[in-house]
Write a protein that binds this ligand. Structure first.
Ligand SMILES: [Mn+2]
Length: 389
């Protein structure tokens, strides 16, 4: 029996362009490198003999030199051979990273345990026979595993045979995990593989840990890189125990540490923001904000005081979280007391007269009322931020 780690879809160098804050984009990229290093802890604990990366080690065919160097150092830290196939993101077509002189020399000098499998042909490692299915272009309409169908397995000894492939399988064809969607390239037909002659199929491309067939698993990405769809479990690697002619034993082990949470709230009263604060503290915790990304949808309506409280809460969480994706559609419904107070500021005749004008527009209703509501909220904020005495 052999034990190895199956992982995929590291997508090192992913730009995270939807995250507005540059410092946080950098932190997200660093987390993907740090998660590679944590694979080493799992490999040592499981006594794994090697690591298989089933495609998309890099996010693009042209990663930066910093990304290449960080990747090589992290891979070297794993301490066991690491076998990699190119996926669709880092395919081995012309001008690929794999033939770039900087990558070639960094791999040689920093990560001699890293082996890039560029050809569709059997590779005999010490303990196993690897059957790599590298991608040579981003999208191919040919099944990358097709070459294995005609393989003469009689020439192999009794080492376990491991297919390494990247793409959708027929069972997952309708739900590609690629963000660009569209028609299904790189489609793998597991049923056409000579499964009796194969002991494990290590798949990449789907970002959650999931069994895709009799002997086939997706490990998912080692660190979460998007808000997961329901039921997905990204942020894991697979620890695989395989023997020739026996079913594999496959376990998911957590390697990710970023959290991607979703929350929605509809406000009805001005106490809403305070209760949102409680909810977020409970959901995220006060010590873990810098590793958490939150998609927050806010609706309903609030008075002026409620909006001011909400704004303070939003600013704190936007700064403290690894990212806050805010969908805020909260109407202004100022209380009569709040408007009256603004219209009667004895020392501020200008503020008072503007507030009275806005109050009249709100009372008249119609399209201008919503604008006036927003304006009076801004006026309230201005007054309470010390813009006037
Ligand atoms: Mn992919």
């Amino acid at each position: 029996m052999i034990t190895f780690i199956h992982t995929a879809d590291w997508q090192l160098g992913k730009p995270f362009s939807r995250v507005a804050d540059e410092e946080k984009r950098t932190a997200l990229r660093s987390e993907r490198i740090a998660a590679v290093r944590r694979i080493g802890d799992i490999a040592r604990a499981a006594n794994a003999g090697f690591v298989v990366v089933a495609g998309d080690l890099f996010d693009s065919t042209q990663p930066t030199k910093s990304t290449i160097s960080a990747a090589c150092d992290a891979i070297a830290s794993l301490g066991v051979p690491v076998y990699v196939i190119p996926g669709n993101h880092d395919h081995a077509g012309p001008g690929s990273v794999w033939e770039q002189p900087f990558f070639v020399s960094e791999r040689r000098d920093r990560a001699p345990n890293l082996h890039i499998l560029l050809e569709a042909k059997p590779v005999e490692s010490d303990a196993s026979i690897l059957l790599p299915c590298p991608l040579h272009r981003r999208q191919s309409m040919e099944d990358p595993t097709a070459w294995i169908r005609d393989l003469d397995a009689a020439t192999f000894d009794d080492r376990p045979r491991i297919v390494i492939a990247h793409g959708s399988t027929v069972s997952f064809a309708q739900e590609s995990d690629e963000e660009d969607g569209g028609r299904q390239p790189n489609l793998i037909e597991l049923a056409k593989l000579p499964l009796a002659a194969i002991d494990y199929v290590a798949l990449g491309d789907w970002h959650g840990f999931v069994q895709a067939g009799d002997k086939a698993w997706y490990s998912g990405s080692h660190e979460i890189d998007r808000f997961p769809k329901t039921g997905q479990t990204p942020g894991h690697v697979a620890v695989v125990r395989a023997s020739r002619g026996a079913p594999p034993a496959v376990e998911a082990h957590a390697t990710g540490r970023t959290r991607w949470l979703t929350h929605a709230e509809t406000f009805a009263t001005d106490t809403g923001p305070e209760s949102l604060k409680e909810t977020l503290n409970h959901l995220v915790g006060n010590t873990d904000r810098s590793l958490t990304l939150l998609k927050l949808s806010l609706g309903g309506s609030l008075g002026l005081a409620g909006h001011a409280t909400l704004e303070q809460i939003v600013q704190s969480w936007a700064a403290g979280l690894l990212d806050l994706q805010l969908d805020r559609d909260v109407a202004v419904a100022p209380s009569r007391e709040e408007i009256e107070a603004l219209t009667q500021r004895a020392g501020d005749p200008l503020i008072s007269s503007v507030a009275r004008e806005l109050r009249e527009q709100i009372d008249r209703g119609g399209a201008d009322a919503a604008l006036a509501g927003t304006a009076i909220a801004l006026l309230h904020e201005f007054v309470h931020a010390g813009g006037t005495r």
